[in-house]
Ligand binder design. Structure first.
Ligand code: ADP
Ligand code: MG
Length: 316
């Protein structure tokens, strides 16, 4: 189960919130909305996302294509502006952030890994130079840069690939270098949008395994959007997003039948206003749309489809 210590990698920015001292989640989304308006028609990509992420958590976001996963990740990365609601990362309010601060937020607070391996790396720079580049841009000294590259390549098991060009690496190795690039400036938050989407199962498993090691070694908070079926075994928590809202969360829980065995348990998310999304299978089975009858007894809520639509009162 997730294990959250009290030490904070983001401690340089702690403590100016209203409840300084109380353990605030590192990321806090409340009723977050994102509306795109490319032309006349509006697209509501996020419709009331509530999500807390603890410092040092390793988390996955899953969901059908178009459900809003990338939009959420891009908002956390400071690449997309939220439309309404609340989104805080560390001490920053991303709904109310000055342009200049946003630039430093993107550069220092967040590391990002894209699905397309080619998008993460500069093709004409070696592995070492790719990992060094963000540090050079941030103005870090040469010796410090070299030390950091060595440390990262060791952590990513890429020491023997330091002089290679990206085209001389496998897809999995390229994504590992991309993680190195993303972590170069020691951001407290690492975001990855389908980082293993172009990899075969074995390479994907390697990348997930490494992300787990990085998470433990550096206490960096990691959020991964993914379709990888076995992701639950690599992360603390899987958040399921459906139609722009968090619908459920699942965790791997150990079973007591067999030592070491575990099952993935899924829980519906009920927000503070009592809203929840029923699983689609249930809706299909009971045709629970429109009206339902709720009753509570013995610590359980029962939902029944309304037998018929209420009649309109006769007129006159
Ligand atoms: P996912 O990553 O889960 O596949 P996205 O977050 O990319 O989903 O998209 C969620 C919804 O928002 C989709 O309907 C998508 O078409 C829409 N969308 C995403 N980005 C834009 C954009 N820049 N302009 C207009 N609509 C967008
Ligand atoms: Mg996406």
């Amino acid at each position: 189960m997730p294990e959250y210590g009290s030490a904070s990698i983001a401690s340089d920015q702690a403590g100016d919130g209203p409840s300084a001292g109380a353990a605030q989640p590192y990321v806090q989304c409340r009723d977050l909305f994102k509306i795109f308006k490319p032309a006349d028609l509006e697209v509501v990509a996020l419709r009331g996302v509530d999500l807390d992420i603890e410092t040092g958590e390793l988390m996955a976001i899953v969901g059908a294509s178009g459900s809003g996963k990338s939009t959420l990740l891009n908002i956390l990365a400071g690449l997309e502006s939220p439309s309404a609601g609340q989104v805080r990362v560390g001490h920053r309010d991303l709904l109310d952030i000055a342009e200049g601060e946003l630039v430093s937020y993107r550069r220092l607070e967040v590391g990002f890994v894209w699905q397309a391996t080619a998008r993460n790396l500069v093709p004409y720079l070696s592995v070492t130079d790719n990992v060094e580049l963000p540090m050079a841009i941030a103005g870090m000294g040469r010796k410090e840069r070299r030390d950091r590259v060595r440390e990262l390549l060791a952590a990513l098991q890429l020491e023997d690939k330091a002089r290679r060009m990206p085209s001389q690496l496998s897809g999995g190795e390229q994504q590992r270098v991309a993680i190195g690039v993303a972590l170069a400036n020691r951001p407290p938050l690492l975001l990855a949008d389908e980082p293993t989407g172009e990899l075969d199962t074995q390479m994907a498993a390697d990348v997930f395994g490494l992300l787990g090691e990085i998470n433990r070694a550096y206490r960096v908070t990691i959020v991964i959007v993914t379709h990888y079926p076995g992701v639950a075994q690599y992360v603390d928590r899987v958040v399921h997003i459906r139609d722009g809202r968090i619908s459920s969360e699942s965790f791997l829980q150990s079973t007591f039948q067999r030592s070491g065995a575990s099952v993935e348990e899924e829980y519906l998310v009920v927000d503070q206003a009592g809203r929840l999304q029923l699983p689609q299978e249930y809706l299909a089975e009971l045709r629970l749309d429109g009206l339902a009858i709720a009753s509570v007894a013995g610590g359980q809520i029962t939902l029944k489809p309304a037998r018929r639509r209420p009649q309109r009162r006769p007129e006159g």
